[in-house]
Design a binder for this molecule. Structure first.
Ligand code: NAD
Length: 430
């Protein structure tokens, strides 16, 4: 099953519990607009290469399209469509007044093969092509895999330059709201960098309270980028034992279950550039001598006997091939789409709880919304205000989903999709 069909299966499942006209489900199963274009990139050597860019504007029932921008060699239209679909559901779950509509984009490129100057030229050229289709009230990109605040700053700069000559009605102070996830000095919100990880933590705390689970709980995290490293730090500081972490090069595992000092792991990763060089750090070094098997693969990390497994890298990592081997009690999806529809069924049968991406990682888009609001209103919120508002929103979404999960006796993913359907249908006047 391709990734987009697998994504739509969840919608169809929820629609069985919340009846809506067929045409509406069909509308939600089809992107409003897909944009695919080629553009040229000049390498430092003077060589000219062609690159392909994508943006899917899925549905703007709830407001302007809103979604991340991914740079990855494997980006393709099916993947971008799925990511855009999940954004529509996520915005509805988060109940963001401007959210709901969703776009998602990407460039087929391995950014690690580019110099910083090349990355900047790539971003500016992509923005030039896309400028007529994005804007603070039309479609608002944000960071995703391999994109960050610096890239968002280049996009604003290029966008402003591009639309300067057009008689745009957008006020000058509002132009920055064309993207979120900018640097704070360039109109970004305080707290955006950690927002996805922090939002996930707020949900996890609520969940373990409901389940009456006692800390310390062991956690394995796949992916150590923005999302994975931030949630690792927050969990470490809040009494969880992070016993395994990984990046694209492999994973490190503390078999003693004492858990890593994530501050040291982060520092080491910054110095060495990859996690597998960081097994022997601080007290963990003694453990490394004791157990030679501290270095494991990403696949092995997923199958560890931990309380909580957090996929925080890419989609389709828990599949029908490995779902039977998953031993965690909770799969807490911080990545988008890490569990396939087939794997969902297997995990359900095994009694493993899956907390869905459209809830767990919605902290990023919620603080993106706060950033957009600050830009439009010319405000600057304190970090305390951002985090308090984020906590409130995450708790509200979780409570709603928990209620549907209990009342309708459905799993958390179906409950989240039912909630999204209720909100989208309400907006459509159904
Ligand atoms: P990132 O680029 O900052 O980090 C990605 C991490 O995954 C890196 O550590 C990388 O080494 C690792 N990785 C890549 N390929 C891997 C593989 N095959 N196996 C194991 N690890 C691999 O990206 P991010 O922003 O942290 O995004 C991670 C996930 O979270 C994505 O699914 C993204 O869509 C989702 N997400 C991100 C945000 C956000 O605010 N950044 C918000 C919501 C959802």
């Amino acid at each position: 099953m391709n990734i987009f069909d697998s994504a739509l299966l969840r919608l169809k499942k929820a629609a069985k519990y919340y009846h809506l006209p067929d045409w509406f489900i069909k509308q939600l199963s089809t992107p409003e607009r897909t944009i695919e274009f080629n553009f040229l990139l000049k390498r430092d050597s003077g060589k000219i290469e062609m690159r392909r860019g994508y943006r899917v504007q899925y549905n703007n029932l709830l407001g302007p399209y809103k979604g991340g921008l991914r740079y990855h060699p494997k980006v393709d239209m099916d993947e971008v469509k799925s990511l855009a679909f999940w954004m529509m559901i996520k915005n509805a779950v988060a109940d963001i007044p401007f959210g709901g509509g969703k776009g998602k984009g990407g460039i087929e490129v391995d950014p690690r093969s580019l110099s910083e100057k090349e990355l900047e030229r790539l971003t500016r050229q992509f923005t030039k092509e896309l400028a007529p289709n994005i804007g603070p009230f039309m479609d608002v990109p944000a960071p995703d895999v391999n994109t960050n605040a610096k890239i968002m700053d280049w996009i604003v700069d290029e966008y402003v330059r591009e639309i300067k000559d057009q008689k745009s009605k957008i006020k000058k102070n509002e132009l920055k709201a064309v993207v979120t996830g900018k640097s704070v000095k360039n109109g970004g919100s305080k707290g955006r960098e950690e927002a996805t990880g922090l939002g996930g933590f707020f949900v996890l705390e609520e969940l373990i309270k409901k389940l009456k689970f006692k800390k310390p709980l062991t956690v394995a995290i796949q992916g150590f980028g923005n999302v994975g490293s931030n949630i690792a730090s927050i969990l470490y500081k809040n009494g969880f034992k992070v016993v395994a972490v990984s990046d694209v090069h492999g994973a490190i595992y503390d078999k003693s279950d004492k858990g890593f000092n994530i501050d040291l792991v982060r520092k080491c990763k910054e110095e060495k550039g990859f996690l597998s060089g960081c097994y022997c750090i601080g007290s963990v070094c003694d453990l490394a001598k004791k157990y030679n098997d501290g270095l494991i693969s990403n696949e092995e990390l997923l199958e560890l006997p931990v309380d909580i497994l957090i996929p925080a890298a890419l989609e389709n990592v828990v599949t029908d091939k490995n779902a039977k081997k998953i031993r965690a009690k909770i799969v807490f999806e911080m990545a988008n789409g890490p569990t396939t529809a087939e794997a969902d069924e297997i995990l359900n049968k095994k009694g493993i709880m899956v907390l869905p991406d459209v809830l767990c990682n919605s902290g990023g888009v919620i603080v993106s919304y706060f950033e957009w609001l600050q830009n439009i209103k010319g405000q600057k919120w304190s970090l305390a205000k951002v985090n308090k508002s984020l906590q409130k929103k995450m708790k509200e979404s979780f409570e709603e989903i928990w209620k549907i999960h209990k009342e309708k006796k459905v799993n958390f993913r179906t409950a989240a999709y039912i909630l999204a359907l209720q909100r989208l249908a309400h907006k459509a006047g159904l």
